[in-house]
Design a protein around this ligand. Structure first.
Ligand SMILES: *[C@@H]1O[C@H](CO)[C@@H](O)[C@H](O)[C@H]1NC(C)=O
Ligand SMILES: *[C@@H]1O[C@H](CO)[C@@H](O)[C@H](O)[C@H]1NC(C)=O
Length: 349
């Protein structure tokens, strides 16, 4: 009898926990309850739609074709800040896309580090941009960049990872280094990373608890910005997240939360074990990092760069997380990636 009651109580509790932790279904773009589709989209082989935006010179006139992957809480409206003259001189075609669950792209409940590389490959093939292309992957969107290096290296002409996310739980990061870096974060943010990693199913519930102290990374609290980041925020407040109203229009779970669950979850490979996709130096891979970045710790990035000598590491001495929004950096990134030009040392010091 007692065990039966215990069983019923247990089942009840489990049911309640399940209800309480389950995010509401996403408001799918283009469905009757969802926002309208306002961008061109391709249909992927699993039926999902992927929204994209083309810019630069027309595809057929381009010498360089670049796929850009945006960061956390951002969208395909993110652009490199390069002058029209440079884009035309080098003949660059850009295509950016809303990563699954963001903007006008359908959510992918099976989103993983791996799935992002194949979304990119399908985008390249359906837009017919050629057998090889460049990838520029920014911040959280850099897990898609690492994924391309792992799963579709033969499709790459080169790759640039800008302030790329480092997952504290990559197996070959020394535990003391990860611990030190994680503990430098505000405590509520530390917990978001830990829950995203250890108990991803609880993330939605956790984020909906009003009694918890606010998490700086979601609030845009000043502690997450370096001195330079604050200058950039003041100078160009609108440049940072254009089209912001649409970024999470399908719901925060499939966009933001799933991004954290994937980025800080268990990866199917360890980036520190990768070898160069360009053994004959027929292309190059670069990492750009700000020494003062308060979102992605340079402490960990330096370790990553040290372990992967085939990646060219550029550290911006007084840079934070946002230096890429400055024209001089966007252009230096393009010149390094496409022309193999070293950035002027005044830019890094
Ligand atoms: C981590 O441990 C290694 C070796 O045990 C040591 O050399 C290094 O200084 C430590 N790093 C930190 C940040 O504690
Ligand atoms: C591009 O960079 C310049 C200077 O670095 C800045 O003044 C301008 O606002 C930026 N434009 C955009 C769209 O970010």
């Amino acid at each position: 009898m007692l065990t039966e009651i215990a069983a019923v109580v247990l089942v009840g509790l489990l049911g309640w926990t399940y209800q309480a932790t389950r995010p509401p279904p996403p408001k799918i773009c283009g469905s009757p309850e969802g926002p309208p589709v306002t961008s061109p989209r391709i249909r992927l082989s699993d039926g999902r739609h992927l929204a994209y935006r083309e810019s630069g010179v027309p595809k057929d006139e381009a010498k360089y074709r670049i796929i850009v992957t945006h960061g956390f809480d951002n969208s395909k409206e993110f652009s490199l800040n390069a002058s029209q003259e440079l884009i035309e001189e080098l003949r660059i075609y850009f295509v950016s896309f809303d990563r699954a669950g963001y903007g006008d792209s359908d959510p992918n409940p099976r989103r993983s580090v791996k799935s992002e590389a194949f979304d990119i490959q399908e985008l390249a093939d359906q837009l017919d941009i050629g057998s090889k292309f460049y990838v520029i992957a920014v911040s959280m969107g850099a897990y898609a960049g690492w994924s391309c290096l792992k799963y579709i290296p033969h499709r790459l002409a080169g790759a640039s990872l800008i302030v790329p996310v480092v997952n504290y739980w990559w197996p070959s990061l020394p535990a003391n280094l990860s611990r030190t870096a994680l503990r430098e974060k505000a405590v509520p943010d530390q917990w978001i990373f830990r829950i995203a990693h250890y108990a991803p199913r609880l993330l939605y519930w956790w984020r909906s608890q009003k009694w918890l102290p606010p998490a700086p990374m979601f609030e845009g609290h000043p502690v997450i910005f370096s001195r330079k980041d604050k200058e950039i925020l003041t100078k160009m407040p609108d440049a940072l997240r254009p089209g912001q109203d649409k970024v999470t229009q399908q719901g925060v779970f499939e966009s933001l939360h799933r991004d954290l669950m994937v980025g800080f979850g268990h990866w199917s490979f360890d980036p520190l074990d990768l070898s160069s996709p360009f053994p004959e130096s027929e292309g190059s891979v670069q990492i750009w990092q700000g020494y003062e970045d308060r979102m992605v710790p340079s402490l960990l990035q330096r370790y990553v760069a040290d372990r992967l000598p085939w990646i060219k590491y550029y550290e911006v001495h007084d840079g934070g997380h946002f230096f890429i929004y400055e024209r001089s950096f966007s252009e230096a990134v393009l010149r390094a990636l496409l022309l193999g030009e070293e950035p002027p040392s005044t830019l890094l010091d």
